[in-house]
Design a protein around this ligand. Structure first.
Ligand code: IPE
Ligand code: IPE
Ligand code: MG
Length: 240
């Protein structure tokens, strides 16, 4: 288990990665890796629930991922639909509040109803908040927020001097959430790939070598233990 004397991160974000390599190692098509990755989503949700994490954010599809081959994009959209349909009842029963965040206008028609339905039926959940970042890009999010702020200034609702960090945050997808304390990326890659560029300013990063379909609740706990060993300074010096 984790170190009970040390604080548990309130918000854990995960860049899920390695589905394609997991499939290739087995001579399977990439979509088989994505399908297997659903198990790891369940593991992460369990791991987070067991530890009392308040918010779990999963990066599942980036704005850049739209450039993957059409068959892979379709497979991912269809998995989103199936995940939402299959997990709706259980997540609602467990009190998990699910939200899908990103440029949702681009999400395939076939997945939209399932996404709307899971968001509706889990809206009252208060044990864990689960954010699925789909068609999400950190730069796009910042541009979108800036555009909204510019509009409000142009309409005389806000003065330029009132544009500050708090105002910016109110216009991000994560408006009502604390910044992630811990970011996990699986499959050993050491980059952000355009994920939560604003929110990760002071987040602790743990890179796990495990490919996403093999990721378990124990791997989640291991990452939290690593987080608990870190000394977060936020630019200050330690006193005492
Ligand atoms: C993560 O696995 C899932 C998505 C980005 C949609 P990848 O599909 O990126 O797997 P690799 O990196 O090719 O192994
Ligand atoms: C990052 O993974 C995006 C998601 C996890 C959704 P990618 O596999 O797309 O990132 P790169 O291409 O390795 O940077
Ligand atoms: Mg990848």
């Amino acid at each position: 288990m984790t170190d009970s004397a040390e604080p548990v991160p309130r918000h854990v974000a995960i860049i899920i990665d390695g589905n394609g390599r997991w499939a290739r190692k087995r001579g399977l098509p990439r979509h088989a890796g994505h399908r297997e990755g659903m198990k790891a989503v369940r593991e992460a949700v369990e791991g987070a629930s067991q530890l009392g994490v308040e918010v779990l954010t999963l990066f599942a599809f980036s704005t850049e991922n739209w450039q993957r081959p059409a068959v892979e994009v379709s497979a991912l959209m269809s998995l989103l639909k199936h995940y939402a349909e299959r997990e709706e009842r259980e997540l609602a029963a467990k009190g998990v509040q699910v939200r899908v965040l990103g440029e949702l206008d681009r999400i395939h028609e076939s997945a939209r109803d399932a996404v709307a339905s899971i968001q509706r039926s889990t809206a009252g959940g208060s044990s864990l908040r689960l954010n699925l970042m789909i068609s999400y890009g950190g730069r796009e999010e910042i541009v979108r927020a800036t555009r909204r702020l510019a509009q409000r200034v142009a309409e005389g609702e806000l003065s330029p001097d009132e544009v500050d960090e708090a105002e910016m945050e109110r216009h991000l997808f994560t408006a009502d959430l604390p910044d992630p304390d811990l970011l996990i990326r699986t499959s050993g890659e050491c980059r952000l790939s355009n994920f939560m560029l604003w929110q990760l300013a002071y987040t602790e990063i743990v890179i796990s070598p495990v490919l996403w379909p093999d990721f378990t609740r124990e791997n989640f706990q291991e990452a939290v233990r690593e987080f608990q060993r870190r000394d977060r300074r936020f630019g200050r010096v330690r006193t005492g």
